[in-house]
Every structure is written in C-alpha cells, then in structure tokens.
Design a protein around this ligand. Sequence first.
Ligand SMILES: C[S@@+](CC[C@H](N)C(=O)[O-])C[C@H]1O[C@@H](n2cnc3c(N)ncnc32)[C@H](O)[C@@H]1O
Length: 261
Amino acid sequence: MRKILGILAVAIVSAAITGGSIWYIYEDKYVFSTSYEIKLWWENWTDQFEERIVLAEQQPKGNPYKKPYVFNDDNDWFTHKLPSWQVALQDLVGKPGLNYLEVGVYEGRSVLWMLENVLTDPTSTVTGIDIFYEMDGRYSESLKQRYLSNIELAGAADRTMTVVGWSQEKLRELPLYNYDIVYVDASHRAPQVLEDLILVHRLLKVGGILILDDYRHWMHRPPMTRPKAAADTFMEFYANQYEILHIDYQVILRKLEPDSI
Ligand SMILES: C[S@@+](CC[C@H](N)C(=O)[O-])C[C@H]1O[C@@H](n2cnc3c(N)ncnc32)[C@H](O)[C@@H]1O
C-alpha cells in the first residue's frame, strides 16, 4: 500500500512539474513524455560536451585547406577526423582515376580536403549527394550555392558531380562497382544509415574504402536515432567481405571480396 501511494505521489508531483499527462513506453519502461525529454536533453548535452572535448583533442592545428573556402565555423564535423583519414587513405594519395562518392556533403569540408590531398590527379572524380538541408531541417539554396562555389574555387567543378536528393533514392541510380572511396555522412537515423550502407556496398570496388561517420555519436539516445546499430548490423552481415581498418568515432572498412549474387 505504501509503495502504491509512493508511486502515486511521484506521478502527481511529476505531472505538476512537467505538465505531462501522456505515458510513453520506451525500452519496456513507462516514462512521462516531458520528463523523458528533459532527461534526453540533459544526457545529450553532457554527451555532446564529452564528445566535443575528445574530438577537439584530435583536431590538427592550423587551417588544413589551401584555399579560402567559405564555411560556417560552428558546423565543422570534419577536421578533427583527419588523422584517421590520413592513415587509411595514404596509399591512394595522388593516384590517377580515383572515383570518390560522398553521401552528405554539406558545405564540402570533407570533399575539399579529399580534392586537395588525395584526389589530386585531374583524372580523379567526386560524386556528392545531398538534400542540402540546414540545421533547422529545411532545404537551403544558399547552402547548395556555398558548396558549389567552394568546389568552383577548388578548380574541380569539371570533375565533380552533384546529385541533389535523398540518398536512399539517388544511390540506386549510380554505377555499380565504380567507387574507390565512399564516405557515408548523411542521415543519422539507423534505418536510413543501414539503407545507405547496403546501397553503397555494391557501388564500391573490391579493395575500396568505406568510411562511416558518427559511430559513437549520441550514445544516450535511443538506438534507432543514431548510426551505431546500423554500422554494427552492416559489419555483422558483411563481416566476410570487409577488413576493419579503424573503429572509433568513425568506422573505416576495406572491401576485400567481390559480391555474390
Ligand atoms: C553532417 S552533414 C555532412 C558534413 C560533410 N560530410 C562534412 O564533412 O563537412 C550531413 C549532410 O547530409 C545531408 N543529408 C541528411 N540526410 C540526407 C539524406 N537522406 N539524403 C541526402 N542527404 C542527406 C544534410 O543535408 C547535410 O548536408
């Protein structure tokens, strides 16, 4: 009886504080919607704070770009990841005829670094797919133009193809077994990430490198809202075909075996 009264008291106090009246079921636990959102917000904030400290420590000093590209400094999701890219891609630097596919280009930080450091031979190409959504979740023409003018400034407009649209649809239109390096950095929701990974798998050549971002992002959030579960599923299903080169905040894999039909 005391226990029931206790639960009732907690529920009434929570309802009074949060104004919540809707019960959610999350991972077999009942939680108040608003208090759950506050809990998520707090965990996410502390998570991102820790994530930023770890990533800032890995950030190379100085500006890694040769040209004055236009970027929003708040949205640098790339330069702290450079050390692992430099190691994984060192054998490809300057090779002719490389085809690079990036899923989720935003302003082009990673594409431009690739152009300046790996795809330096004029026969190498870039294909970038993006819906060009800003942080508010809406299409932004100015974001698209910023990406295109950065590519222009790099002098690579004639060897860069930009596909505007949802990766889950557009990846199906690209040539099979054509790409030497693929970077998946678009949607962060596990079902979409899994679909992207499965679709790019057959676009990648044998010997090609597959990079997935944000493997350890948002670790307190529900699994379906972040990439890790998708990456784990992909690595389990395709374990025989890939070698793991790096697994930390990003996952870097090399495709070893041709695909069976
Ligand atoms: C984190 S940003 C990419 C950052 C970029 N790779 C870099 O290193 O600077 C993610 C991008 O993916 C795009 N995006 C998100 N979901 C997408 C989807 N399903 N299809 C295509 N693009 C998507 C967004 O518009 C955004 O520009």
